[in-house]
Design a protein. Structure first.
Length: 362
């Protein structure tokens, strides 16, 4: 018997969310970013669901691209972080990958390999200061790549604060990218937040990531307001219900002490499944169409929920009933806020012992 916890992945919703990106950036290619196991949704199932609609895919590393190619995905694939060692250029070429390059070491490896990837995307540091060549180095890098015989050269950068469009750094980054116009090369700058916030910066390619999975990339707008559909619904079952009296506690460390007589439901999910231990008291859990508050500490396999008053409207909560931790009916962004994190992390940290069930798989 499998554990009760399951993640229901709606592949149709992911496809619809991709189309939102395409409508926003109608003149640009859109490479679906499916790194980190498609943000926890399943690398191959998501890629196959999008294979006929996506202009291409973006992953973090060569290993992720290998999984896609071995799984029969023939679409263009961009390795965002580039190679981690020189020998990986052989796999890049054998698999027909597009590859990022963000430092001189990667460039020297490429020159020494005498291999010609299908396309090189030069990562430019425009202000995030994480990866990328300095602006003044980019023309020289372009010249070296052309001398090697690389035919397709593109530029890419990354917003640091696109989730807050009014942040001055966004303007500075846009200005820095504009200085590269004389190179007359295709540019990719916009992540999910940039797709919504900076239509003037869609350029030749955008890179939708979190929006594909129904998470809002903006701080001031919900996924619903952005017409995004939830892709993952994390659920489990109630495995115990009991009543405690005022003054009694629940869970480790007496994390919750009842102020009055309280009915507690125990749900079979915990941090061993990826439900965050950081979830605070009051984090909503959806049961029978109503949100109930989490109480007590999250443990490895269980959480406890205050369902006091659930029998008032003749719809009592019972053993075996389904509890939704996030997804349809309960936004992951809302849950993430209660946990002091973001929906990206919620999705990515769901563990392998949670069974995935796919809707809309062909």
């Amino acid at each position: 018997m499998a554990r009760a916890a399951q993640a229901i992945i709606d592949l149709h919703a992911i496809g619809e969310n991709y189309q939102v990106a395409k409508r926003c950036a109608a003149s640009s290619k859109a490479y679906a970013v499916i790194k980190a196991n498609a943000y926890g949704h399943g690398l191959l199932p998501v890629a196959k669901a999008l294979a006929n609609s996506a202009d291409g895919f973006a992953v973090a590393c060569v290993e992720e691209a290998q999984v896609l190619r071995q799984g029969g995905v023939l679409s263009p694939i961009l390795v965002l972080e580039g190679v981690m060692e020189a020998i990986e250029y052989q796999a890049v070429c054998e698999l027909g990958l597009e590859v990022g390059i963000h430092n001189h070491c990667q460039l020297e490896w490429l020159k020494a390999s005498k291999l010609l990837p299908e396309s090189i995307h030069i990562k430019v540091d425009t202000g995030m200061h994480r990866l990328g060549f300095a602006l003044e180095d980019v023309p020289g890098v372009v010249s070296e790549l052309r001398m090697l015989g690389i035919e397709r050269i593109e530029l890419m950068s990354h917003f640091a604060c696109a989730d807050e469009p009014s942040t001055p750094l966004n303007t500075r980054q846009l200005q820095q990218v504009s200085t590269l116009a004389p190179l007359n090369l295709p540019v990719s700058l916009c992540n999910s937040a940039g797709i919504f916030s900076f239509p003037q910066a869609h350029y030749q390619m955008v890179r939708p990531g979190i929006m594909l999975f129904g998470g809002s990339p903006l701080l001031d707008k919900s996924a619903h307001e952005l017409h995004l559909l939830p892709a993952m619904t994390l659920q489990s079952n109630i495995i115990a219900i009991h009543d405690i009296k005022a003054g009694e506690s629940v869970g480790y460390g007496q994390g919750f002490i009842a102020k009055s007589d309280t009915r507690i439901a125990v749900v079979a999910i915990g941090y061993g499944d990826g439900y965050p231990r950081s979830a605070q008291a009051g984090t909503p859990v959806l049961i029978k169409g109503k949100q109930w508050p989490l109480v007590g500490r999250v443990s490895m396999d269980m959480i406890t929920v205050d369902i006091t008053g659930s029998d008032v409207n003749n719809e009592p909560i019972e053993l075996g009933d389904t509890a939704t931790l996030w997804g349809t009916g309960l936004s992951a962004d809302v849950v993430a806020e209660h946990c002091g994190t973001i929906s990206y992390e919620l999705f990515c940290q769901v563990t392998n012992r949670v069974q995935k069930r796919y809707l809309g798989a062909k």
